[in-house]
Design a protein around this ligand. Sequence first.
Ligand code: FES
Length: 156
Amino acid sequence: MLSDTSLREIQHELSKYPADRRQSALMAALRIAQDEHGWLSEPLIEYVAGVIRVPPVRAYEVASFYSMYELKPVGRNKICVCTNISCMLRGSDEVVEHLNKRLGIGLGETTADGKVTLKEVECLAACAGAPMMQVNRDYFENLTPQSIDEILDSLS
Ligand code: FES
């Protein structure tokens, strides 16, 4: 269910912890699995739990708690807009509204061409640069309608 490369990466993560603390590598293992498949299906979560040797429910708990894990398919690009307090006070409502208009989708939706999934997330710890959003692995801060347009135009 996972490539040799992904399994090697997980083993590398496991090597960072004592043998009786394998669960510590669970978050990294789920990230590695998601990087390969794009999202975490139930069988994939159970498979990762097996690799780490924890009960499947432990892996479900982690995968369903953190917004960085996807439990259903997403677009090729993922935009996570922070709407928590600092970003809200600095205009995240306008950011969301602009993204809704430009992309033609609401929060939690994916464009018809599968290019972009738009998500609302809690604080991403970049409050000093509010309003901000994460696009795939990159943070973009002090957003304006113009900078959002430039970011969207750069997506493949
Ligand atoms: S409130 Fe948006 S990054 Fe912290």
